[in-house]
Ligand binder design. Structure first.
Ligand SMILES: [Zn+2]
Length: 267
């Protein structure tokens, strides 16, 4: 019972601060309080700490040199202040895995979780750092140069950031696991984070280039994820109608989780 109270209090403080700093919208803050309470109440510091590690690093990165990225942010659906949908897209599968582990404890849930959090972290770091790259990104499908901010575009800087994000989540999850008094191997967690994060982030880019619901700006001609660009309504340009940005995040997170679990099993 105490864990649920501690979780609720911790989540309230973090979500309240994020709301004040406009990193979370009102609905996003409520979703984050619910999520944090479950992560700590049904889980422990391993689950809650790993979620916070994703949240803090992503928030700091998105604030860093924000002015130079403002133009690009308009092309993405996932940046800026997060609403409930984005909070659940980033932390929802982790919450389900935490509850499954609560009901039926097994190491596999934790490794899947490391891969899921590594994916959302790698994806966010890649988006934030890749958008600072001086060189234009290249298509994940054919290597051709793309305008900055195009879905499905990858860069070395973004890929390095994705790898680093995955490693940080793996190492952090191991540390929180140790602090919770659980037995875990450092290299297993770091490998799971690195490979899960990279697999998930590249799946996200690949889906962005192929099946994700996309729009085209009638002013600048860019393919974007949003309904409005350059002050005008955008037109549907491709992808499956149900394959929204949140759906792509969910699917790539599951792939990242599976790869992390497999990697941990093989190593
Ligand atoms: Zn435009």
């Amino acid at each position: 019972m105490l864990n649920w109270l501690v979780g609720a209090l911790g989540a309230l403080i973090v979500a309240g601060a994020a709301y004040q700093k406009q990193s979370l919208s009102g609905s996003g803050a409520i979703a984050a309080i619910l999520m944090g309470t479950i992560y700590y109440g049904a889980g422990n510091l391993f689950w809650f700490g790993t979620l916070l590690l994703f949240f803090f690093t992503s928030t700091v990165l998105s604030k860093y040199r924000q002015s130079s990225k403002q133009d690009l942010e308009k092309s993405y659906a996932k940046t800026g202040n997060r609403d409930a949908g984005q909070v659940f897209a980033n932390g929802g599968i982790g919450m389900v895995l935490c509850l499954l582990h609560f009901i039926y404890p097994h190491e596999a849930w934790k490794l899947l979780f490391v891969g899921v959090m590594a994916t959302v972290t790698a994806d966010t770091w890649a988006t934030e750092c890749g958008s600072l790259s001086r060189k234009p990104p290249r298509s994940i499908l054919n290597g051709k140069q793309l305008p900055a901010g195009t879905s499905g575009g990858v860069s070395w800087l973004g890929s390095m950031a994705a790898a680093l994000g995955g490693v940080v989540i793996g190492a952090g999850a191991w540390l929180f696991s140790q602090w919770s008094g659980l037995e875990s191997h450092f290299m297993t967690y770091v490998s799971a984070g690195l490979l899960g994060g990279l697999a998930g982030a590249f799946t996200d880019s690949w889906m962005g280039a192929t099946v994700q619901k996309m729009y085209q700006c009638s002013v600048c001609g860019k393919a974007v994820e949003v309904h409005q660009h350059c002050g005008e309504q955008t037109k549907r340009s491709g992808g499956w109608s149900w394959m929204t940005n949140d759906a792509v995040n969910l699917i790539s997170s599951m792939i990242g989780g599976l790869v992390a679990w497999l990697a941990a099993g093989l190593l």
